[in-house]
Each structure stands twice: as structure tokens, then as C-alpha cells.
Design a protein around this ligand. Structure first.
Ligand code: UDP
Ligand code: MG
Length: 139
């Protein structure tokens, strides 16, 4: 079941470094429509739940600490082929391996503080979007 939506977060490093505007411009210029958006800060509980799939990984504790370290921008984005096209726009998880011109290549600090989140499947896009915007995203 393909959908045309994905979920993103502009992560604490990119917000702290003043890149919200530049990243949103790249998102808009790539043809995504912003369906819902909020500047917010994750609680420890939120971050643990959001990244629960990684809880056995060695970086989980640091990831939760990092994602709760400052404000983030959460958003639902709409476009044909949204999930795959957004993963292409953000680039590889490790910015050292990200293609030129991608958001992570331009703005990420490290493999952990990598500027943005993008859902990895239509199913997770729906789960992650409703995690934040359950009420507001209903039409
Ligand atoms: N991460 C990390 N160290 C790693 C791999 C991932 O700190 O070795 C962090 C990074 O912030 C990444 C997040 O955990 O974005 C989720 O990892 P995933 O493999 O799902 O990467 P993504 O889907 O975000 O590219
Ligand atoms: Mg992922």
C-alpha cells in the first residue's frame, strides 16, 4: 500500500545551528508540501518510544539523549513517492557517505547528529506521523 506522505524531524543539531529555514526551503524546492509542522522538544519517553526499534543497538542511549537535548521541528510532508524521494533528498545516515547536495551532506555534524529524520517505509511514515499529529492530520 503506497502512500504519498512521509514524516520528518529537523533534529536538535540542525535547529541549534540555525538551519531550519534552509532545510525547509530545500524540502519545498524538492516539491514536498508541508501538511503539519511543529517546533517541539521530545521528552525522554517520546524519544525512547520513537526509536524503540533501535533499543538493542549500542548507540540507543546516546541517540535518546541527543534527540532530547534541544528543540526539533516535526513535520508531515506530502508528494508523490514521498518516502523514497525524501530519503534521497536527506542522503545517507552517515553524512561522510551522503551524496553532494543532500541535506545531511550540507548540514549534518556527525552520524548521530545528522540534521534530519526521514521515515524508511510507508508503514512507518503513518506510524510516526500519527505519533505526533494524530489529531491535526485528520481531514
Ligand atoms: N545513529 C547513530 N549511530 C549509528 C547509526 C545511527 O547515532 O551508528 C542514529 C542517527 O541519528 C540515525 C538514527 O540513529 O539517524 C537512526 O538510525 P537509522 O539506521 O534508522 O538511520 P536513518 O534511518 O536515520 O538514516
Ligand atoms: Mg531509520
Amino acid at each position: 500500500m503506497a502512500t504519498n506522505r512521509t514524516f520528518t524531524m529537523i533534529k536538535p543539531d540542525a535547529v541549534a545551528n540555525g538551519h531550519i529555514g534552509a532545510i525547509l526551503a530545500m524540502i519545498n524546492n524538492a516539491g514536498f508540501r508541508i501538511v503539519a509542522m511543529e517546533l517541539t522538544q521530545l521528552s525522554k519517553h517520546d524519544a525512547q518510544e520513537f526509536y524503540a526499534v533501535h533499543k538493542e543497538r549500542p548507540f540507543y542511549g546516546e541517540l535518546v539523549d541527543y534527540m532530547t537535548s534541544g528543540p526539533i521541528v516535526a513535520a508531515i510532508l506530502e508528494k508523490d513517492n514521498a518516502v523514497a524521494d525524501f530519503r534521497k533528498l536527506i542522503g545517507a545516515t552517515n553524512p561522510a557517505e551522503a551524496e553532494e547536495g543532500t541535506i545531511r551532506k550540507l548540514y549534518a555534524e556527525s552520524i548521530a547528529a545528522n540534521a534530519v529524520h526521514g521515515s524508511d517505509s510507508d508503514e512507518n511514515a503513518a506510524i510516526e506521523g500519527s505519533f505526533y499529529f494524530a489529531e491535526r492530520s485528520k481531514h
